[in-house]
Design a protein around this ligand. Structure first.
Ligand code: 8YV
Length: 338
């Protein structure tokens, strides 16, 4: 007699960690195939909690708040994949993940246009002093309106935009700038192909030339040790006193203390910042500046795009745990086809 015929077949569900809150439907779907340890409370795990959680799972969905390095991985004997819900992956120590045989994945493409839209929105708000104007109205100053006594801004149309970091998002911003009749210059680690330069109407220039000649500077480069303080006091000193600086890249690309000093001294016109050194903390001197627009790292934050990011991160995780190559695998050398 086959005794197994009457025994329900229980297939073992792989254990996964979901380190930050995700959309409930996405979590419910994950629970169908995985034994999920989720953190819907959204309290960021301490390094010790993260290390322990990673030691108990085969896969993890994380965000920029989780640092995945040798220490985090030291007990993670069964871990196969860490899937970032983010295109930037400076929270990953990729060499350490590769040494540990852990696949690293991210979420490119799905957020490009949303982030480029936001970069442009932040630029417009900053150059045209939109948040300052709102404060002006709320402070009851509209009665003081005059031709000369308004928050007077800087034009975007027919000005020069300088983009530092000309990946997908940088190119998206360049294409938007063309619609405003702007001259587009850029600086990047490597020059775009002539076809891509043509599509963006963008001219490659040295960093120093960009700093000296751009009316509006937008930072969209990834954070690496080499890019730390790409913009500090020396670089700001090269900029026009009428220039605006927009950072949608990462905290640490700009020396926030030097920027606050420059804004307070009127060395540049204004700054728009979505990312900060040590965020969610904001440098106290930046908070004292009126010529600044501050956002809480929301460049990719539309409902549609955040859902697409979560979906792609899940697709990456599932593929890795199914023995397939994840669509956005960063360290391809770790993947071994079955
Ligand atoms: C994320 C981002 O919201 O994708 C990125 O690189 O900066 C944002 O879209 C953030 O990193 C959360 O993980």
């Amino acid at each position: 007699m086959n005794t197994q015929a009457n025994t329900p077949q229980t297939t073992r569900k792989p254990k996964i960690l979901v380190a930050r809150a995700i959309f409930p439907e996405a979590l419910a779907k994950l629970e169908e195939s995985f034994e999920v340890r989720s953190n819907q409370s959204d309290q960021v795990l301490s390094p010790q909690e993260l290390q322990k959680a990673l030691s108990e799972v085969e896969g993890a969905l994380v965000a920029g708040s989780e640092r995945i390095d040798a220490a985090a991985l030291s007990q993670a004997k069964s871990l196969k994949v860490v899937s970032n819900i983010s295109v930037g992956y400076n929270n990953f120590d990729v060499p350490a993940m590769t040494v540990a045989g852990v696949m690293a994945t991210n979420t490119p493409d799905v957020l490009t246009d949303t982030t480029a839209d936001f970069g442009f929105a932040l630029l417009m708000a900053t150059a045209r002093r939109i948040t300052e104007s709102e404060h002006w109205v709320r402070a009851g100053k509209w009665g003081q309106w005059s031709i000369v006594n308004n928050p007077l801004g800087m034009d975007l149309h027919h000005s020069t935009i300088g983009i530092i970091g000309m990946g997908r998002i940088g190119q998206g911003i360049a294409k938007r700038a063309l619609g405003f009749g702007m001259k587009v210059i850029y600086h990047n680690r490597s020059r775009l192909s002539p076809e891509d330069e043509k599509a963006c109407g963008a001219a490659y220039v040295a960093k120093e030339e960009l700093l000296r000649t751009a009316d509006h500077i937008v930072l969209v480069l990834p954070y690496t040790a080499q890019n730390h303080h790409t913009i500090g006091a020396q670089e700001i000193a090269l900029m026009k006193p009428t220039a605006t600086l927009i950072n949608i890249a990462r905290g640490g690309i700009v020396d926030d203390a030097a920027l606050a000093q420059a804004l307070q001294a009127g060395k540049i016109f204004a700054a728009g910042l979505d990312v900060f050194e040590g965020e969610p903390a904001v440098h106290p001197e930046l908070l004292k500046c009126s010529n600044i627009v501050i956002a809480p790292h929301i460049a990719s934050a539309t409902e549609k795009t955040r859902r697409a990011m979560v979906d792609l991160a899940i697709e990456n995780l599932r593929a890795a745990l199914d023995g397939k190559k994840p669509p956005s695998l960063i360290n391809a050398e770790v993947f071994k086809a079955d």
